[in-house]
Write a protein that binds this ligand. Structure first.
Ligand code: ADP
Ligand code: MG
Length: 695
């Protein structure tokens, strides 16, 4: 890949290309608007649109699309071509500033959670100029925000952008109150690590459950799972390595700076991580990354599974949302530097994050809830469903000093002497890692590890930005009024630590003791999406979002409804797929096996021997077949009941979780036992062993 410099970013309209392609005045106007958070006028937009179109057409584009992120959490696009017929029978390729700035998709088929009447179809998309346009599949993609005719946010991007502005405003107030006058803007930075599974397409095609639901609804435990821990960071298989190389290249072409890749804990599981960037760009590029991951896999005869839990009994996938705050004068506000005990600014920002997470842990938990994540959180593999903050030795020590009211020292990084003269002495980080914490300090940022692998990172970052902005606004209010600034800073720090250190936990988050301890501390343990989603409509959380203008009450209620609806619909699809496979594939295979056993029994008995083994096996299998049939019947009845419910979204989702889902599990349990008894040749589905190891 010696021509790396030539193709990196070739399909993205980045700053460098803008500078090259736009007249100087237009470039300056656009840059200023992006940096200062203003809009551009139509004349500027016209010039940008023309340059964008010419550049895209040179790259082979024939169409453009306003690319947006509706409440389903995935992306949406409608393609329009650039062509405009002329009177003499030819066409011109055109793209105007108006088309760049505003689009008008029919919004009626996108979920609005009741924030818009079904008959009111009009919706608009608005150009997000802070996220660069790109060319993919002969189409110019323009990142946009999606809003209803009456102005409600119908997407994940508008609240995210609002939360970024709010955080910047409040963080700047704190910095100014502290006498820091050079920073004018604070940006939240995000680097999302993305986990995924890869399976063979030929095997995938034989699994309706993977096709319809993204996860296996059946499958007995294979003889080998992840117990040897030989996959984590293991040497890459050639097919996987080829896929990853191709993927890197495709992502680099789009200017997505993927940097790290490795095998994960579970067999067939992998991870990739880009270099961090501004939150909305990180969100857009993560959506794009997921799309490219799936498409490139198909080229290699593979399928990329982004589901949180494709395989029962094997670790699932998540996203690690690395998050920090940076000023436009180059400071990372969560960088402890060598002597965090000397920086009141660092201490204020650190304790503000701790307080925010403690005060609004329910909202943060809700932001990571989706149907797939219910299989992970709290299942001793991913973070527990309990939100806590890990600080590590250095910051824990700092916090303890703050609590005592006297901060005089910092634990510093040591050196590791490996005892071999030819090996280098390694400089240690001041803090060890903790894999079991949902919200861990990792050097100069926090890593929120609950985020679902298939989901958008827009939700959790909207919440993080807003809750931290709220605490910073309280800090700023006090600092701005303080007669004695130093005394007020110390008072804020000590109070915050005293009131909120209950959220700090540096131990093993997977242990049973932690569940007990967390309950004693009064921390919530919200295990299901259905329960978690309630956080969107509590008075306190609605007031918070309204105060900062991030989401209105109506918009919060819409998200509550949509998330519950998605839960119910997803579970309904899973239940229907369970029934389809159980009734039309598994039961017939079992009957076939029973028939062959019965034939064998007659034949063997005719030869004058007892056929004892066959008889025993037939009895065992038949008993399970009866149980399977019974459980199928119960699941069918439950689904029917669920589909007839016309209560509120919560009641419906609740029924799906606590009735339909339980009955699906019962069907699966019997079927998985049957899989261990029935002749492999008649079993209709590729096994876990094949799926996980045959790549
Ligand atoms: P690990 O697996 O050790 O946690 P990785 O290197 O896989 O680390 O991922 C760390 C992620 O954190 C990367 O995406 C990286 O760019 C990101 N990151 C580093 N510094 C910051 C920061 N200041 N703000 C946000 N993200 C950051
Ligand atoms: Mg990490």
């Amino acid at each position: 890949m010696s021509n790396f410099g030539e193709f990196y970013g070739e399909n993205v309209f980045n700053d460098c290309i803008m500078k090259e392609r736009l007249p100087k005045a237009t470039y300056k106007a656009l840059k200023k608007a992006i940096e200062k958070g203003a809009t551009v006028d139509l004349a500027v937009a016209d010039v940008v649109a023309l340059a964008l179109k010419d550049w895209a057409v040179e790259k082979g584009a024939t169409h453009f699309t306003h690319w947006f992120q509706p409440l389903t959490g995935i992306t949406a696009e409608k393609h329009d071509s650039f062509i405009n017929p002329t009177e003499d029978g030819k066409v011109l390729l055109e793209f105007s500033g108006k088309e760049l700035i505003k689009g008008e998709p029919d919004a009626s088929s996108f979920p609005s959670g009741g924030s818009r009447a079904t008959c009111a179809a009009r919706g608009y998309t608005a150009w997000d100029m802070t996220s660069p346009a790109f060319v993919k599949d002969e189409t110019l993609y323009i990142p946009t925000a999606f809003v209803s005719y009456t102005g409600e946010a119908l997407d994940k991007k508008i609240p995210l952008l609002r939360s970024m502005e709010v955080l910047s405003k409040e963080a700047i107030r704190v910095l100014k109150a502290l006498g820091n006058t050079t920073a004018n803007k604070v940006t939240t930075t995000v680097g999302p690590e993305q986990e995924y599974f890869i399976v063979d397409k030929k095997l995938y095609d034989k699994r309706p459950d993977l096709i319809y639901t993204g996860r296996t609804l059946f499958g007995a435990k294979p003889p080998k799972g992840q117990e040897l821990e030989d996959h984590y960071f293991g040497s890459l298989k050639e097919r996987i390595s080829d896929y990853m190389k191709d993927l890197d290249k495709e992502l680099w072409k789009l200017g997505i700076s993927v940097k790290t890749k490795h095998n994960e804990v579970a067999p067939a599981q992998h991870e990739l991580a880009p270099i961090f960037t501004t939150t909305n760009v990180a969100t857009d590029t993560n959506q794009l990354t997921m799309d490219v991951m799936k498409k490139v896999a198909l080229r290699h005869g593979l399928v990329c599974l982004l589901h949180e839990k494709p395989f029962a009994g094997v670790n699932g996938s998540g996203k690690h949302n690395n998050w920090s705050m940076s000023t436009d004068d180059g400071q990372n506000l969560l960088d402890p530097t060598d002597a965090p005990h000397k920086s009141k600014q660092f201490q204020l920002f650190l304790t503000s994050v701790i307080k925010a997470v403690d005060e609004y842990s329910d909202l943060l938990r809700a932001s990571a809830a989706n149907p797939g994540n219910d299989h992970r959180l709290g299942a001793n593999e991913a973070p527990p469903a309990i939100i806590s903050v890990f600080l590590g030795d250095q910051l824990q020590d700092l916090i303890e000093q703050i609590e005592k009211g006297e901060v005089t020292s910092s634990i510093s990084a040591g050196k590791l002497d490996l005892g071999v003269s030819t090996l280098p002495k390694l400089i240690k980080d001041p803090t060890d890692r903790n894999r079991t914490s949902p919200f861990a300090f990792t050097g100069n940022k926090f890593e929120f590890r609950m985020v679902p692998s298939s989901g958008t990172i827009a939700d959790c970052n909207t919440v993080l930005n807003t809750i931290v902005a709220e605490v910073l606004s309280e800090v700023a209010d006090r600092l701005e009024k303080a007669a004695d600034l130093d005394a007020e800073i110390n008072a804020i720090l000590t109070e915050t630590v005293k009131e909120h250190s209950k959220i700090i936990f540096n131990g093993n988050g997977y242990s049973d003791e932690w569940v007990v301890e967390a309950e004693k501390r009064g921390l919530a343990n919200i295990k299901t999406t259905v329960e978690a989603t309630k956080a969107y409509i509590t008075e306190k959380n609605v007031a918070l979002m309204e105060k900062h203008g991030v989401l209105s009450k109506l918009e919060m209620h819409a998200r509550y409804d949509v998330n519950l609806e998605i839960y119910a619909k997803t579970t309904n699809i899973e239940a229907e797929t369970t029934l389809e496979i159980a009734k039309r594939q598994i039961l017939p295979a079992v009957i076939k096996f029973e028939t062959s056993l019965a034939k064998s029994i007659s034949a063997v008995k005719a030869a004058g021997v007892s056929a004892g083994v066959q008889c025993e096996l037939l009895a065992e299998v038949d008993e399970l077949a009866v149980a399977l049939k019974k459980n199928i019947g119960e699941l069918e009845a439950s689904v029917e009941k669920a589909q007839a419910l016309d209560g509120d979204a919560y009641a419906v989702a609740h029924f799906y979780k606590f009735d339909v889902f339980e009955k699906m599990q019962a069907v699966r349990a019997v079927a998985d036992t049957l899989e261990t008894l029935v002749d492999k040749d008649v079993w209709p589905l590729p096994t876990y062993g094949e799926l996980l190891f045959n790549v």
